[in-house]
Design a protein around this ligand. Sequence first.
Ligand code: MTE
Length: 155
Amino acid sequence: MKAAVITLSDRASSGVYEDLSGPALIEVLQQGIVSLTVEYGLVPDEKDAILSEYKRFSDCDLIVTTGGTGLGPRDITPDVTADYCDRSVPGISQYLIGESLKITVNAALSRIYAGTHGQTLIINLPGSVKAARECGQMICKIAPHAVKMIAGEGH
Ligand code: MTE
């Protein structure tokens, strides 16, 4: 499976602090999904930058983002993704939010989104290292089967 992890953060992308969430997410996905190759992107919370990353990685089976899902004025990731996707996959967001609510009530503050664009499954996760790790582990349980289904392969 070919994947991309994109961190969406104004401050990490401008060097105010180091991006730790993207690398943590990559580590979790590589540990949990066999034969996975992962590319990496880091961009600010800007619509054009996000879309350009989605296009750069359009040959990937899976794109997972971290950051920009909250309620802050610059948190636009799910809105940009929903516009870009052909289909939403509400079951994936419900699963991730449901499992996250068992860990922290603050999961209610994340607008986790999942959808498909062509043959690519795109999932938007919250931005903290903790949330990226937790949700990354959840994704490992469903992404291989989801990607097979999107490709039109059988069970
Ligand atoms: N989900 C999980 N699994 N674990 C977490 O620690 N943190 C929450 C939430 N979802 C959290 C989580 C918090 S504190 C916030 S504010 C929101 O994600 C939004 O995060 P974002 O704006 O960085 O995307």
